[in-house]
Design a protein around this ligand. Structure first.
Ligand code: FAD
Length: 261
């Protein structure tokens, strides 16, 4: 039977662009270009490698995001994924990680899956908790932050590198994994891949399709609220200490003053 892999990919605002909050303190997504989160390219790459090693596999890339999020799906399709699912709904505006994980879980269940692969964190929200919440919602094992991953005989195996040790982990499928930026360089889409992606299916779903009420998501359904936001202050020039015999002492005083030592 075909190994069904779902890769969760996020469309994020370009970090090099001028990013702002809207009046309701959500991210102003209209005003800035977006792209496939770089950390999710590693997830697509690992899915492609697992599929190449399997007898038969199908990769679906899934995003919850605005109209333009299709660009992220197209990029993943041009890397080699087979099909895409795009969940879009006006009522998703302001959805936090709890709502996003709910929508992803329902879309994954509807699509069917053996293995879900996520990035280690998005490059905008950077919470890194979505894969764990997703596994809990799907009621399947989670094996997170893997720098090496493979699938064999219905089991996903991988290596998680910590500061002091590397762990070898495994879980029976179905399961959710997340992969780190150490898992292997993501491939560039080839010209052939880009052309082929234009013909690959992209299924559009909204909240009704997933049986989710509007009040379970959006700002109303969010478990978290942003109370205030302020522009980051401009960088100051910093302090330059000229060493005239007292440099070490001055450095120590500076660090102590900042409570670093
Ligand atoms: C239109 C819209 C408006 C939103 N407004 C808000 C808001 O106002 N406040 C708020 O807190 N959140 C909002 N969100 C949700 C937010 O952007 C994140 O998706 C969510 O909070 C998860 O947090 P994170 O990105 O830090 O996840 P992380 O835990 O850092 O992500 C880890 C991995 O989860 C997967 N993932 C994360 N998000 C998505 C996604 N959207 N689609 C597919 N895969 C995903 C990726 O594989 C990613 O690498 C909004 C989302 C949408 C689509």
């Amino acid at each position: 039977m075909s190994l069904r892999i779902v890769v969760c990919v996020k469309y994020v605002p370009d970090a090099t662009g001028d990013r702002h909050f809207a009046d309701d303190l959500t991210v102003d997504r209209d005003d800035v270009d977006g792209l496939l989160s770089e950390l999710d390219e590693y997830a697509v790459e690992q899915a492609l490698q697992i599929a190449e090693d399997a007898d038969d596999a199908e990769i679906t890339v899934l995003t919850v995001g605005p109209e333009d999020a299709k660009d992220a799906l197209r990029k993943a399709l041009s890397m080699g994924a087979d099909k895409a699912v795009h969940v879009e709904d006006d009522d998703l505006h302001g959805t936090d990680v709890m709502g996003t994980s709910l929508v992803l879980a329902k879309a994954i269940e509807k699509t069917g899956y053996d293995l879900v692969i996520c990035g280690m964190a998005s490059t905008d929200g950077t919470m890194g908790v979505l894969p764990a919440i997703l596994a809990e919602r799907l009621n399947v094992p989670q094996v997170t932050l893997l720098s090496e991953v493979s699938v064999e005989d219905g089991t996903v195996k991988g290596r998680r590198d910590g500061d002091t040790a590397s762990e070898q982990l495994e879980a029976a499928l179905p399961a959710v994994v997340s992969v780190t930026d150490q898992s292997g360089e993501a491939r560039y889409p080839s010209f052939k891949g880009i052309m082929a992606a234009k013909k690959k299916p992209v299924e559009a779903l909204d909240l009704d399709d997933l049986d989710i009420d509007a009040d379970e998501v959006g700002l109303e359904g969010a478990w978290t609220a942003v109370d205030s936001a302020a522009e980051r202050p401009a960088r100051t020039a910093g302090t330059i200490v000229k060493d005239e015999g007292e440099g070490g002492k001055q450095l120590a005083e500076f660090l102590a003053g900042q409570k670093f030592i």
